[in-house]
Design a protein around this ligand. Structure first.
Ligand code: ZN
Length: 145
């Protein structure tokens, strides 16, 4: 039952992604590509000091990568750079370890089922890898390979 709810949330965010637009006054931008699936995305972040004031993305990808970018941009607003990177670690743990994780992840727990599909893990983490490069100010496009 819980998993059905998770599926529904992912489907909803993939069909009607939040924060899916370019941002003209973004301070940070990064591009990500997952060659395994063909997911591409461009991430925009607006910082105010150390705090993520706004985040948005554009891209074309599968349902998982789109839903992940949508939920990620929602979760980021108001977080400090350090908190955002800590969330990335937790999200990565959620998808790659069998340990019971979920604390502080909020809605992002809907992706826990992805750990059963290793090929899709990169779809779910693409937005987060791209975020890391945006926050670190890297100019090179990131690839999950
Ligand atoms: Zn994908």
């Amino acid at each position: 039952m819980v998993h059905e709810l998770y599926q529904e949330t992912i489907l909803d965010h993939s069909k009607r992604p939040r924060n899916c637009h370019a941002m003209a006054d973004a301070d940070r931008k990064a591009e990500g590509y997952n060659p395994l699936c063909g997911d591409k995305l461009k991430l925009y972040v607006k910082m105010e000091g150390d705090i993520v004031r706004d985040a948005s993305f554009e891209g074309s990808g599968c349902a998982i990568s789109t839903a992940s970018a949508s939920l990620m941009t929602e979760s980021l607003k108001g977080k400090t750079r350090t908190e955002a990177l800590a969330l990335l670690e937790k999200f990565h743990d959620l998808l790659t370890s069998d340990a019971e994780v979920g604390d502080g992840l909020g809605k992002l727990v809907v992706f826990c089922g992805v750990r059963d599909y290793p090929a899709r893990v990169k779809c779910a983490t693409l937005a987060w890898h791209t975020l890391k490069s945006a926050l670190n100010g890297a100019d090179q496009p990131v690839s999950t390979e």
